[in-house]
Structures are given as C-alpha cells and as structure tokens.
Design a protein around this ligand. Sequence first.
Ligand SMILES: [Ca+2]
Length: 241
Amino acid sequence: MRTALIVGLVAAAALSQAQIAQWNFNSNPADSSTGTGSITPSVGSGSLSLVGGATTSFQSGVGSSDPAAADNSAYNTLNYPAQSVGSGTAGVQFNVSTVGFLNIQVQFDRRHSATASRWVQLQYSTNGTTFVPFQNYEVSGTNVAMINGSSANLSSISGVNNNPNFAIRLVTIFGTVGSAGGSVYTSVGNTSTGPGGSTYGPAGTIRYDMVTVSGQPVPEPGTMAALGLGAAALLRRRRNK
Ligand SMILES: [Ca+2]
C-alpha cells in the first residue's frame, strides 16, 4: 500500500494541471472600451460559436476573476428562447483540442441579468456534434453580480482526454428556484419558489468571462518509463525487506 502511495505521489507531481485554453474576452491590444473585445483565446487555441439563436455583444467584465486592471471585457450573451421553448439548446460553444492532456477541467465566471434564466448547464462533446449534459449551475437568490469560478471536473470522462474534437456548451435550461428541470425557465429575479417567473425574458443576458479549459499533460514516454522504473525499484526494495 505504501509503495502504491509513493508511486501515486510521484505521478501526481509529474502531472500538475495546466491551462490548455482561456478566453478573457479583452481587446488585444487593450483599448479604452469594454464594449469591444476579442473572441480569440487569450491562452492557447480554440474556437467559439453561438448556438440556438443566441447573440452577443461585449460588456464590462468588472467583478470577474480577470486580473486586467483596465479594459476588462466580458462576452454578453442574449436572445435566448421564449418561455417554455428550447431548454438546453441556446448559448455559447467552445471547441478546444485536448490532444496531449487528460483529467480535463473547465472553469468560468458568469453574470446573469434579472430577467435571464437562473440556470445554465455545461454540456460536453467528444465528437464536436453530440453534446451530453454534465452539470447544472444556478444563481443563488436574486444575485446579478459576477459569480466567479463555476467549474466542472471532467476527469471521470475518459473520452474527453487527448481528443481533438472536445467541445463544451454553456446553455440555459428549465428550472425552478433550487431545482433544475421542469417545463419553464425561471428568472433570476423570481423570488418565489414556484415555477416560472413572469420576469423571464429572452432579452435577459448571461455574461461570461475567464472561460478556461485545463488538463494534465499526458506524460512523455520517458516520464512514464521513469515512473515505471521507480515503481519497479520500490517494489523490489519492498520485496527484499
Ligand atoms: Ca475579461
């Protein structure tokens, strides 16, 4: 058992989490307006697209985890489906190759306006076309401030490792206060515990910033060999005791 623990610690040290791609949505170079920005990744490479009829503009990202001291832009999505239509279909899609990486994780900051859906869902794809629901995120209370560090740990999904077709979607879904699902969107501004919420509207906005895909580099063959030799040496030493 002790040998396995030591080998595990050595392996973990060799495989620390690294950023694969990140979008900070800021203009590059910075300009004087948060109403402009960029959809080119600020770290790594990948592409971004809109799904289900959503549209976007750039808006201020102030309050997000973006360390930019000035000109912090965010990706402001709107034109979501009408009430009771299209749960899980509209939002934004990020395509990022995970070739060379495993234990994939996703992190993002978000800000829902009062009339937006209080629920978003992260979906993942291993082929770029079929998307699988993975995790739901609600807004707490009627909070319309930036919510930083929403995350998904996809390390249990081996199919997303080392995959050139990996993609995620962040889409709005039906849900009531405290419970995803059902047949209606519930707005952030709806303070009742019942379904619906007369304030929900397609013009409600969900603003994203610091969308980050990270993973652990797949060990080089040399590293694997060294780990294997280390394990073998430890096992030998243990057997000789
Ligand atoms: Ca930003």
